[in-house]
Design a protein around this ligand. Structure first.
Ligand SMILES: Nc1ncnc2c1ncn2[C@@H]1O[C@H](COP(=O)(O)OP(=O)(O)OP(=O)(O)O)[C@@H](O)[C@H]1O
Length: 819
C-alpha cells in the first residue's frame, strides 16, 4: 500500500512537477505571446503611421507633379501656340472668323497652313498645321465632300498668304465638285490629264505651281503606267522644282515629301503629327473667297520706294558700272538693275498705263540716291504728252532740282529736232571721250533716257535717219565710254519694227518688260503676259527665256515723297553744280533781255560790226542758243517772214529789230501796212532808240542815206501795192550794199512773188510760219522745197548763205503782256 502510496506520491510529485513545468512553460509562452502581440501591435501601429505618412507624401508629390505638369503644359502650349503663329502667320493660320488675306514678309518662305485644332485637354487647344508650299505635297483620303472642304480651306490660306501671281493654281476636277472657281484656277478637263502630268514634270518658273487633282474613279482606273511613273516622279522631285500636288482619289508613293491626311467624320490623322488627332476647321465662309479674288485681281500693295534707298547717299562709285535696285523679287530680296559693260543699255516696254513712267521714276530715284553728280549725269527726254521729267527741274513752287540732271526735255513730241539735238550732243561727248582717251573715272557716266523713243525714229525723214545713225553709234561705242541709253515705249508696233534694225537693238541687252509687254523679251518668253500689274520682268540676256527675274515695283508716283528726297540731294549738291537745261515744248521762250536795247542803249560811237546779227528765235538745241541772221553788205541780205500767223510774224520782226538795236547804232523805219499788226509795230517803235513810222498814207521805199545801218521793218508789205513795187525791188536789190536791209512780212509766197516780179534772189533769208514746204520751193535751192509741216509757234528759218538745210526755230515771245 505504501508502495502504491509512494508510487502515487511519486507520480503526483512528477505530475506536480510536470504541471509546474507546464505552467512555467505556459507562463513563458503566455508572456512570449503577450510579447509577440505587443510587438505586433507596435508594428501595426508603425505600419499605419507609415501608411499615413506615405499617403500624405504621395498626395503632396501627386499635387506637386500635377501642378508642375499643368505649368509645363501651359508653358509648352504657349510655346507651341507661339511657334504655330510664327509658322503660320496671317492668312496661313488665322481662324476663319478673324481671317483676311495677308502680305507675306519679304524674304521669308511661305509658312505652314492651318487645317484644324489639336486639343490636349478640355480647355486648351492648339492650331494643327501642315506643310505645303516649298515643303510638301498633300495626299488626302476620306469622304470626298469633307476632303474638298479641307482643300478649299487650304487653297484659300495658301493664296491668301502669298503675293498675287506667286502661286499658279491648276485644278483637275472632272466631276466639277470643287468650289474654287473664284480663286481663278486654270481648270483642266478629263482629256487634259496626261498633258497636265507632263507639264507638272517640268520646273515651275519663279512662281509656285499648285496642282489640285480631284480624281474620280475613272481617272484612277484609266491611269496608264507611264502616267503612274510621271505622278510618282512629281511626288518625289516636284517640291524642289516648285511644283506641288494636292491629291484625292489617286495614290501617291511613300515619300518624305508626301504629307498624308486621313479624314474620318471631322477628325483627321495627319502623317507629320503622328497619333495626335486633329479636329478639322469648318469650311471657310463663302464671303472670304471674294476677299481673295479681289486681292488677286487688284494685285499686291506696292512695295515702298523708301525700301530702295541706300544707307548713305552718294556712296557708290560708277567706275565699274551703275547698279541700283528697282523693287523686290517674289522672295522679297531687292532686284538690282545694272548698267555697265554688260549690259550697257536698256529697253523698257509695256502698253500705255502699265507703269513705264513709274518704273523710270523708280530707277532714276534709286540711281540718284546712290551716285552723286561726279559719277552720274542724266539726260532725260520725254516724247509723251505730259511733262514727267519736269519734277527734276526747278519749278515756280519748288526751286530744287536733281543735281545729276544735265538736261530734261519735256513735251517734245512735236519737236523731234530737240531729240536729235540731244543725240548729236551725246555723239559729240562720245567723240570727245574717245579722242581724249580718258579713263572712265574722270567722267560721270551718262545715262540718257528716251521715253517714247519711236516718236523720234518715226517718219521716214532726215531726222529719223540721223537719229537712228546716232543711236546706233551711241549704243555700239557708248558702253566703253560710260554712255548708257535707256529707251522706253508703249508702242508695240514700234518695238516690233526695232527687230528690223538688229544693229540698233542688239546692244540693248537689258530688257524690262511690264505686264502685257509685247516683243520686249524673246519670242518664246511669255513671262510678261502672266505677271500681275505693278510688276516687271527684268532680263539681262536680251530677253532669253530662263533669264527672267520678276520684280514687284514700288509706287514712285507721289510727287511729295519724291520732292523730300530731291531736296536732300539738292542741298548736298557740290559747289558750282549747274541747274539743268529744261526744254519744254509747250513753253514759249521770251526774248532774253541781252537782246533788247533797254538799259544799255548803244550810242552813235559804238562800233557796229560788219555784219550785225538779227536774232529771230530760239534754236531747238541743247544750249538754247538764238538763231541769228547776219546782215552784212552783201547782196540778198534781206529777210522775208512768210505766213498768215500775224502774232508770230510780229514777234520775229520785233526780236530781229530789238536785237539789232541792242548791238550798235542803227536806224529803223517801221512800215506798217496791216491793221492787225499796228499794236505790235507801235510797241516796237516805243522800245527802239531811233525809229520812224510809216503807214499807208506815207509809205515809200527810198530811205535817206546815212552812216549807220538802217533797217526797214515792214508789216504786211504786200499791201503797198503795185505802185510801190519798183522802189521796193530796187531797195531789196541795192540796199544791203549801202547797209540798208529790208526785214518784211508777207502773208503768202505768191504775194511776195508778185512784189518781186518772180525774182526771188534779193531775199537771201526767210522765216516760214504756216507755209507748207512745197510752197517754199521757189525760195529754196533744191527742187520741191524743204520738208516742212507747219506747227504752232515753230518756224522754218533758211539763210542761203549759211544753211544747207533749213532749221526749225521757236519765235521768241517779245511782249508777254500783249498790250
Ligand atoms: N508700282 C506701282 N505701284 C503703284 N502704282 C503704280 C505703279 N506703277 C504704276 N502705277 C500707277 O499706274 C498708273 C500708270 O502708270 P504710269 O504712268 O507709270 O504708266 P505708263 O506706262 O507710263 O503710262 P502711259 O504710257 O500711259 O503714260 C499711274 O497712276 C501710276 O501711279
Amino acid at each position: 500500500m505504501s508502495h502504491r502510496k509512494a508510487l502515487v506520491a511519486a507520480v503526483r510529485q512528477e505530475l506536480a512537477e510536470a504541471r509546474g513545468t507546464a505552467r512555467a512553460v505556459l507562463a513563458a509562452a503566455e508572456s512570449a505571446r503577450g510579447e509577440a502581440q505587443h510587438r505586433r501591435r507596435l508594428v501595426r501601429e508603425a505600419y499605419a503611421t507609415c501608411l499615413n505618412q506615405l499617403a500624405t507624401a504621395r498626395e503632396s508629390a501627386r499635387q506637386d507633379i500635377q501642378e508642375r505638369y499643368q505649368d509645363e503644359a501651359t508653358r509648352l502650349a504657349g510655346h507651341l501656340r507661339g511657334l504655330a503663329t510664327i509658322s503660320a502667320t496671317g492668312a496661313a493660320g488665322a481662324p476663319w472668323r478673324l481671317w483676311a488675306p495677308s502680305e507675306p514678309e519679304p524674304g521669308r518662305p511661305p509658312g505652314m497652313l492651318r487645317i484644324g485644332t489639336i486639343s490636349f485637354d478640355e480647355t486648351a487647344s492648339l492650331p494643327a498645321l501642315i506643310p505645303l508650299l516649298g515643303r510638301a505635297h498633300l495626299h488626302l483620303s476620306g469622304p470626298a465632300a469633307t476632303l474638298d472642304d479641307v482643300i478649299t480651306g487650304l487653297l484659300l490660306r495658301a493664296l491668301g498668304s502669298t503675293r498675287p501671281g506667286e502661286v499658279e493654281l491648276i485644278v483637275y476636277d472632272p466631276q466639277r465638285l470643287g468650289t474654287f472657281g473664284q480663286l481663278g484656277p486654270r481648270f483642266v478637263g478629263p482629256d487634259g490629264f496626261g498633258a497636265l502630268l507632263e507639264e507638272l514634270g517640268r520646273p515651275a518658273g519663279d512662281e509656285w505651281r499648285l496642282a489640285v487633282l480631284l480624281a474620280d474613279p475613272t481617272t484612277a482606273d484609266e491611269l496608264t503606267r507611264v502616267q503612274r511613273v510621271q505622278l510618282d516622279r512629281i511626288a518625289r522631285t516636284g517640291v524642289g522644282l516648285g511644283v506641288h500636288l494636292v491629291v484625292r482619289g489617286l495614290d501617291l508613293p511613300d515619300d518624305p515629301a508626301v504629307e498624308r491626311i486621313m479624314v474620318r467624320d471631322r477628325v483627321a490623322a495627319v502623317g507629320s503629327l503622328g497619333r495626335i488627332e486633329v479636329r478639322l476647321d469648318p469650311p471657310p465662309p463663302a464671303t472670304l473667297f471674294r476677299d481673295v479674288a479681289d486681292r488677286l485681281r487688284q494685285g499686291p500693295p506696292p512695295a515702298r520706294l523708301a525700301d530702295l534707298e541706300p544707307a548713305r547717299l552718294w556712296d557708290e562709285s560708277s567706275r565699274y558700272g551703275l547698279s541700283a535696285p528697282i523693287g523686290d523679287s517674289t522672295d522679297g530680296t531687292l532686284v538690282d538693275l545694272r548698267l555697265g559693260d554688260d549690259p550697257p543699255h536698256a529697253l523698257i516696254g509695256g502698253p500705255p498705263g502699265s507703269g513705264k513712267t513709274n518704273l523710270i521714276y523708280t530707277w532714276l530715284g534709286s540711281l540718284a540716291t546712290r551716285y552723286g553728280p561726279a559719277d552720274l549725269a542724266l539726260y532725260l527726254l520725254d516724247f509723251q504728252a505730259g511733262g514727267s521729267f519736269a519734277r527734276y527741274t526747278p519749278g515756280p513752287r519748288d526751286p530744287s532740282w536733281l543735281p545729276q540732271v544735265r538736261l530734261a526735255g519735256i513735251n517734245v513730241r512735236d519737236d523731234r529736232e530737240f531729240g536729235l539735238a540731244v543725240l548729236r550732243h551725246l555723239g559729240e561727248e562720245l567723240r570727245g571721250r574717245t579722242a581724249r582717251g580718258e579713263d572712265l573715272a574722270d567722267h560721270p557716266r551718262i545715262v540718257a533716257v528716251v521715253d517714247e523713243f519711236p516718236v523720234l525714229l518715226d517718219g521716214r525723214d532726215a531726222i529719223a535717219d540721223e537719229a537712228v545713225d546716232l543711236l546706233e553709234d551711241l549704243a555700239r561705242r557708248g558702253r566703253s565710254h560710260g554712255i548708257h541709253l535707256i529707251l522706253a515705249t508703249g508702242d508695240t508696233a514700234a518695238v516690233r519694227s526695232l527687230w528690223g534694225r538688229p544693229a540698233l537693238i542688239a546692244p540693248f541687252t537689258l530688257r524690262i518688260a511690264l505686264p502685257k509687254a509685247v516683243r520686249v523679251l524673246a519670242d518664246d518668253n511669255l513671262a510678261a503676259s502672266v505677271i500681275p500689274r505693278h510688276h516687271a520682268v527684268v532680263n539681262a540676256e536680251s530677253g532669253l527665256a530662263g533669264a527672267n527675274r520678276v520684280v514687284r515695283l514700288p509706287d514712285a508716283g507721289d510727287p511729295a515723297t519724291w520732292r523730300a528726297t530731291q531736296r536732300r540731294l539738292w542741298r548736298s549738291r557740290p559747289l558750282g553744280c549747274e541747274e539743268p537745261r529744261l526744254f519744254d515744248g509747250d513753253a514759249v521762250p521770251r526774248l532774253p533781255s541781252a537782246y533788247r536795247p533797254s538799259g544799255r542803249v548803244p550810242t552813235a560811237d559804238t562800233p557796229v560790226g560788219s555784219s550785225p546779227g538779227a536774232v529771230l528765235g530760239e534754236r531747238i538745241d541743247v544750249s538754247a542758243r538764238p538763231a541769228r541772221l547776219r546782215l552784212g553788205r552783201m547782196p540778198g541780205r534781206n529777210l522775208a517772214v512768210l505766213g498768215t500767223r500775224a502774232d508770230e510774224a510780229c514777234d520775229v520782226l520785233a526780236a530781229a529789230a530789238l536785237s539789232l538795236a541792242a548791238q550798235g547804232p542803227a536806224h529803223f523805219s517801221i512800215v506798217c501796212l496791216d491793221p492787225d499788226t499796228e499794236r505790235a509795230a507801235a510797241r516796237l517803235v516805243a522800245e527802239l532808240p531811233a525809229a520812224d513810222w510809216y503807214d499807208a498814207s506815207d509809205v515809200h521805199f527810198d530811205p535817206p542815206v546815212s552812216e549807220i545801218p538802217r533797217y526797214l521793218i515792214g508789216y504786211g508789205l504786200e499791201s503797198a501795192g503795185p505802185a510801190h513795187r519798183p522802189a521796193l525791188r530796187a531797195l531789196l536789190d541795192s540796199g544791203p550794199s549801202r547797209r540798208v536791209h529790208v526785214l518784211g512780212w508777207w502773208r503768202t509766197v505768191s504775194r511776195l512773188r508778185d512784189d518781186l516780179a518772180g525774182r526771188f534772189d534779193p531775199i537771201g533769208a526767210w522765216v516760214a510760219l504756216d507755209v507748207h514746204g512745197s510752197e517754199l520751193a521757189p525760195l529754196y535751192p533744191q527742187p520741191g522745197g524743204p520738208l516742212w509741216r507747219p506747227r504752232p509757234r515753230r518756224a522754218l528759218f533758211f539763210d542761203r548763205s549759211v544753211h544747207r538745210t533749213p532749221e526749225v526755230i521757236i519765235p521768241y515771245e517779245v511782249n508777254s503782256d500783249h498790250t
